[in-house]
Write a protein that binds this ligand. Structure first.
Ligand SMILES: C[C@@H](O)[C@H](N)C(=O)N[C@H]1[C@@H](O)[C@H](n2cnc3c(N)ncnc32)O[C@@H]1CO
Length: 144
């Protein structure tokens, strides 16, 4: 799993059109979202990733979230951080688990809809921790 973490003064997105056969239904957010002082987590699920990547990803994300003192997290499905992407039906499952685990951790977390071309506006703070990338591997033992 590849993560690009951007601490944004402002971030907003809007779906444009489906990008896969079965895009994720647009929830109550209605296909758009706008956030302030948020940690945007652009996330590519890679071939071979399974649920065991989630705990490592959560700990990386929460460590940055607490350091930059963001007020929320947006999990943003993003198919451009790896040459070795997992297929959509696997990726959507793991992204859903990541989102659920962040909410279970008690932070204000949101998720952009999966499987859509989206327009977005991103205003990065530009401080030293406002642009970070992480790579998370599945745990060999498969431990959760
Ligand atoms: C396109 C660009 O504007 C938009 N932002 C986009 O990337 N859309 C992606 C993800 O939402 C999702 N998707 C498919 N496979 C994956 C994967 N392995 N990991 C994460 N997301 C995936 O399906 C869309 C098409 O690849």
């Amino acid at each position: 799993m590849r993560l690009l973490l951007i601490h944004a003064r402002r971030f907003s997105y809007e779906v444009v059109k489906p990008a896969v056969e079965e895009p994720e239904p647009l929830g109550e957010a209605g296909g758009s979202g706008a956030f302030e002082n948020t940690l945007v987590v652009f996330t590519s699920v890679e071939k071979g990733d399974d649920e065991s990547v989630v705990p490592g990803a959560v700990s990386e994300i929460l460590s940055v979230f607490n350091q930059v003192k963001a007020s929320s997290i947006v999990v943003y499905p993003y198919a451009h951080l790896s040459q070795d992407l997992a297929p959509p039906f696997e990726a959507v499952k793991i992204l859903g688990r990541l989102y659920a685990a962040l909410k279970e951790a008690g932070v204000e977390a949101y998720k952009a809809p999966f499987g859509w071309y989206k327009a977005f506006t991103l205003e990065c703070y530009g401080h030293p921790l406002s642009e970070l990338s992480r790579s998370v591997r599945r745990s060999e033992t498969g431990a959760r």
